[in-house]
Design a binder for this molecule. Structure first.
Ligand code: DQA
Length: 145
């Protein structure tokens, strides 16, 4: 089983960016957590980050025939990108949405998620551990389907 884990804009700044919201762990810590969580569950994974919407769309398209599941934190593109929503629907690979913060409890403009409309489940407000929970959920879902 292989997962593609996608992180959107500014997540590369973890550890220095709004630490009261996103915590003090940095992007390397997040990549390590994803790789270790996947390895423990016997899953191969690739972790991808981009600040560019089109690069994220390209990466989702490339996952066709390559990844069994996608875990995605589209960051700010969550709230704006119909292109990412369409790409996820287009490839039809089971996807889970993750947010470090609870987007339902922040500014009203963060409450709507386009990407979430293509995802089987969303994990939010759990810090980096949300990635671990998302990975385990996606594995259980794929094992059962
Ligand atoms: C985020 C929440 C988004 O609203 C924000 O733009 C981000 C990070 C999160 O993980 O909590 O960049 O996706």
């Amino acid at each position: 089983m292989k997962f593609l884990i996608i992180n959107g804009p500014n997540l590369n700044l973890l550890g220095q960016r709004e630490t009261g919201i996103y915590g003090k762990e940095d992007y390397a810590d997040l990549v390590r957590l994803c790789e270790e969580s996947c390895a423990e569950a016997g899953i191969e994974c690739e972790v991808f980050q981009s600040n560019h919407e089109g690069a994220i769309v390209d990466r989702i398209q490339q996952a066709l025939g390559e990844a069994d599941g996608i875990l995605i934190n589209p960051a700010a593109y969550t709230h704006t990108s119909i292109a990412i929503l369409d790409a996820l629907r287009g490839v039809g690979i089971p996807a889970v949405e993750v947010h470090i913060s609870d987007i339902d409890k922040r500014e009203p403009f963060r409450r709507h998620s386009y990407a979430g409309m293509a995802c089987i489940k969303s994990f939010m407000g759990l810090g980096l551990q949300g990635y671990r929970q998302g990975i385990l959920f996606l594995k259980e879902y794929l094992d059962a389907h």
